[in-house]
Design a protein around this ligand. Structure first.
Ligand SMILES: [Zn+2]
Length: 258
């Protein structure tokens, strides 16, 4: 028989209202994946859940699973609240954008401990980075996170072989590349009509560098505003080819600047 109680920890992705006094909490739980759990009475002022089941908090949880498969949170203690990032409008917005991306890109109860670890590292890194740090560095961290989540989701191609002839491509000699259709030099020459503009190879090197590094290292990369913008465009192209809608979270920087 399936275990009814589960002691675990989880990241709160978002909370939703449920009736007059309850909430539904969307959680990312290691070993389980994304779940929606009911928190009874969570809206009441004297609820023990008060202030704990907030987005971007990591909590110790005692979960109960009904025979029908629905989850209820019976106990909860916060482990991490990332208090400093929540004091900063840009950081808080990017954290919410990341939680939104995780929520949209994951199926229910499909475990991905890699995704949990990556998202936790993002929150820790953005939380501990200095306030006086440039806004561009914070944004670069968000871009690096996207590269790594695209990689985990299997959306980011390996960019090592040509999608037409499957020959290995050499970044050094390639005249340019496109994130959705990696072509070798020969196939590029044979295609008289390419409906898109090619990106410089430096961006391919950058992408490969950022996909394999610890997120905290990504902010050491020096990029001009124009280069950072191009990297963002490349990521938007990759997201754009997916079926799930991401524009809300990716638009967050534009919204903040408006
Ligand atoms: Zn080829």
């Amino acid at each position: 028989m399936e275990q009814r109680y589960l002691t675990t920890h989880g990241l709160v992705l978002k909370h939703l209202s449920l009736g007059e006094s309850d909430r539904r909490i969307v959680l990312l739980v290691p070993g389980v994946g994304k779940i929606i759990a009911k928190a009874r009475g969570a809206k009441n002022l004297n609820s023990p859940f008060n202030g704990r089941l907030m987005p971007a908090n990591i909590c110790n949880l005692l979960l109960y699973r009904t025979p029908g498969g629905s989850w209820t949170i019976t106990q909860c203690q916060t482990i991490e609240t990332f208090g400093s990032l929540k004091q900063d409008l840009l950081k808080a917005s990017l954290a919410l954008a990341v939680l939104d991306i995780v929520d949209r890109c994951t199926e229910m109860e499909t475990p991905s401990d890699e995704l949990f670890a990556l998202t936790k590292i993002f929150l820790e890194t953005i939380d501990s980075s200095q306030h006086q740090e440039k806004q561009e560095k914070t944004e670069l961290l968000f871009l690096a996170y996207q590269i790594q989540i695209l990689d985990i989701l299997g959306i980011l191609p390996s960019f090592t072989e040509c999608v037409r002839c499957h020959k290995k491509v050499s970044i050094e000699t390639l005249p340019g590349w496109h994130p959705l259709e990696m072509l070798c030099e020969i196939c590029l020459h044979q295609s008289s009509q390419i409906a898109y503009e090619l990106y410089e190879n430096n961006y391919l090197k950058l992408l490969n560098f950022l996909r394999g590094r610890h997120l905290a290292d990504s902010i050491k990369v020096k990029l001009s505003t124009a280069e950072q913008y191009t990297l963002k465009t490349i990521l938007q192209t990759l997201w754009g080819a997916q079926s799930f809608s991401i524009p809300k979270s990716l638009g967050v920087l534009e919204t903040l600047r408006a």
